[in-house]
Design a protein. Structure first.
Length: 233
């Protein structure tokens, strides 16, 4: 049973944690998660294939990780390269990626991405955020996953979970994910950058939920300033 719904006393002040406190936070979140959950990048990460990471992440929008991974496996079994994907009929792509969210739109989009890769980049996924943002349907989250997991470059992938949890913990005080990305680069030790997204996505889904987070079961409950949290369990 969860603890009774509580209203958080609004007495805590904003204070950014130091390096040691951040390390304790990371350990606490890892403990709460227990183990890494399946992620959209997990399969592609094993091969460090920027193409697979790019396409898998585009497919992952509003789709559960497990569904995305299964769809990606089916897709790459018939279209393992940008050239092959660009030559695959949309109806075949749709069948391969179903039931990811908005699968019809995504089928057209990833086919267009493959064609653009061939036309403008000789079939190679670019390794810079600015170039990746030129593709329709690719935002900073996707671009960061490609450069960090695909190319091993430094970067922090920020989605709604990372933005929300980082603000609640007092690591940053920002209004949107892009601001969070740059602020985290100032406070988060580089050794945590690449894995930070996967950790906080799992933590944000299991414990630090968008509405009524499970603070009573969280290892960080005593030290967390709970910024922006009005009610919790």
């Amino acid at each position: 049973m969860f603890a009774r719904l509580k209203t958080k006393p609004k007495t805590k002040t904003k204070r950014k944690p130091n390096g040691r406190a951040i390390s304790q936070m990371v350990r606490g979140m890892s403990k709460a998660v227990g183990r890494e959950l399946p992620s959209v990048s997990q399969m592609a990460r094993q091969r460090r294939d920027p193409y697979r990471i790019l396409i898998s992440t585009v497919l992952s929008l509003r789709t559960k990780d497990e569904v995305t991974m299964d769809a990606s496996k089916r897709l790459f079994s018939v279209a393992a390269t940008p050239r092959k994907l660009s030559q695959t009929p949309v109806r075949i792509i749709e069948k391969a990626i179903y039931p990811v969210g908005f699968y019809k739109t995504k089928a057209r989009r990833i086919k267009a991405i493959a064609s653009q890769l061939l036309k403008d980049y000789d079939g190679r996924v670019p390794d810079s955020i600015d170039e990746l943002l030129k593709f329709k349907g690719v935002g900073r989250k996707t671009a960061n996953l490609v450069i960090t997991l695909g190319y091993g470059k430094k970067g922090i992938c920020v989605d709604t979970h990372v933005h929300r949890v980082s603000n609640r913990l007092g690591l940053v005080d920002t209004a949107n994910p892009e601001q969070t990305e740059y602020s985290l680069m100032d406070v988060l030790p580089e050794k945590y950058w690449i894995g930070y997204n996967e950790l906080l996505v799992s933590f944000g889904q299991m414990v630090c939920k968008p509405i009524s987070p499970l603070c009573s079961t969280c290892p960080l409950e005593k030290s967390c300033p709970q910024h922006g949290v009005d009610k919790h369990r």
